[in-house]
Design a protein around this ligand. Structure first.
Ligand SMILES: Nc1nc2c(ncn2[C@@H]2O[C@H](COP(=O)(O)OP(=O)(O)O)[C@@H](O)[C@H]2O)c(=O)[nH]1
Ligand SMILES: [Mg+2]
Length: 389
């Protein structure tokens, strides 16, 4: 940089309150880690530091040991508010605990971290700063980003399982996890707006350990940032992760994946069914208004239904999956497919009218329903096939 560059024009000071942060810490028999964890959290987020925002900590506990008492005792010595919610029933395991914790907090930013100090509390201010700086709704502390490490994973077997499940998750959700190098991370910060989007959509139903996967897929955070970190050794106690967790993870993936296409199928069905109305209305007008024969009338009326379907499906259902950039070309492909079904529908219609004696308008309605199922399969599988990352 040269010294002759002009002085920057001072920007007017914008006074914004520092964002409030709620830490959500799931615990299962972590009594021996609580003191150390809280003292490191307080060192990382001193409440009296200049510009410090409000911070609170919520432990969501499913322990069978005295972890809740240890937390309450340590809270008395802690300068930031600390609460513990012991769940009578451990619904959804670790993931369920985190969701329950999130819904019990109110801060703008929610930070989720483990209690065993494998997640360094010193990184929390950087997670929030990265989110504020970039505007990202999700900031992931990543073992796989450049500069990160997973040396705290006990042994080659756990390393292999972690690496393999990361690859599988990214292959199953190439778009949702595109910017997330460590979707198995249990250490991240997420803005409340993003979580609320997930809660108000299909809801959050994590199974077991992979809560970030659940949030990244169901909340679709707008903007993701990552910070590398070193996944440390457990401070005390034992890992609760088991082989059963691995099987749960696969079930979780399958549930998330099918929930997504199920939702699309429902949206597609509703839009398609609503397209019957313009189709049948135009058909009725042509037959009864102009005396046109029902076959050419339906060929014309079909265009009205297709145009209606295309506009809604293209702008709402598949807006994030467009493979063809030009709208006119997408419309032509959609129209070609939509009219191709006339090859099946017109003979079917003629059969219904002439052989079964059904009047043209209800016969058309019936033919639309029959061909509708077929159309979904073709559009969903061919025209809007998911782009691979
Ligand atoms: N509330 C709750 N916390 C859990 C449960 N299982 C694990 N945890 C906590 O989740 C965090 C991560 O668990 P850990 O055993 O360290 O998993 P690992 O790091 O993958 O070996 C720790 O803080 C655990 O105490 C559970 O069923 N309920
Ligand atoms: Mg751990």
């Amino acid at each position: 940089m040269t010294t002759s560059s002009p002085l920057p024009v001072p920007t007017p000071a914008v006074v914004t309150a520092p964002p409030a942060i709620s830490l959500v810490v799931p615990t299962f028999n972590e009594a021996a880690n609580i003191d150390e964890l809280l003292s490191r959290i307080c060192a990382a987020l001193p409440p009296d530091a200049p510009g410090a925002g409000a911070v609170d900590v919520l432990f969501v506990d499913d322990s069978t040991d005295n972890t809740p008492e240890v937390v309450r005792d340590a809270a008395l010595r802690c300068p930031i508010p600390v609460a513990v919610h012991h769940r009578p029933e451990p619904h959804g395991g670790l993931g369920g605990a985190v969701v329950e914790g999130i819904t019990r907090t109110t801060a703008t930013w929610i930070v989720v971290m483990d209690a065993d100090l494998q997640h360094p509390p010193g990184l929390i201010p950087e997670l929030i700063a990265a989110g504020e700086r970039t505007g990202a709704e999700l900031v992931v502390a990543s073992r796989y980003a450049d500069g990160g490490s997973r040396q705290g994973l006990a042994g080659g077997y756990r390393m292999l399982v972690s690496g393999a499940s990361t690859l599988v998750a990214k292959a199953v959700f190439p778009r949702a996890l595109h910017a997330v190098s460590d979707p198995m991370s249990g250490f991240f910060a997420i803005r409340r707006e993003a979580v609320e989007r997930g809660l108000s959509g299909e809801g959050l139903r994590p199974l077991g350990y992979k809560i970030l996967l659940e949030l990244a897929v169901r909340c679709r955070p707008r903007g993701v940032a990552e910070l590398p970190y070193e996944f440390g050794e457990r401070f005390a106690g034992e890992s609760k992760s088991t082989l059963k967790e691995g099987l749960r993870f696969l079930r979780h993936l399958a549930l998330l994946r099918t929930a997504e296409s199920r939702a699309r199928m429902i949206a597609f069905g509703l839009v398609g069914a609503s397209g019957f109305l313009p189709n049948l209305a135009v058909l009725w007008l042509l037959i009864h208004g102009t005396g046109m024969h029902y076959v050419p009338a339906e060929i014309i009326a079909n265009q009205a239904g297709l145009l209606w379907n295309f506009l809604i499906i293209d702008s709402l259902v598949y807006r994030d999956h467009r493979r063809q950039h030009r709208r006119s070309l997408r419309m032509l492909s959609f129209g070609a497919l939509g009219n191709a079904d006339l090859v099946v529908r017109i003979p079917l219609l003629a059969l219904l009218v002439t052989a079964a004696g059904i009047p043209p308008v209800p016969a058309t309605a019936l033919s639309l329903i029959v061909v509708f199922a077929l159309r979904f399969v073709i559009v969903d599988r061919v025209l809007y096939r998911r782009r691979q990352a």
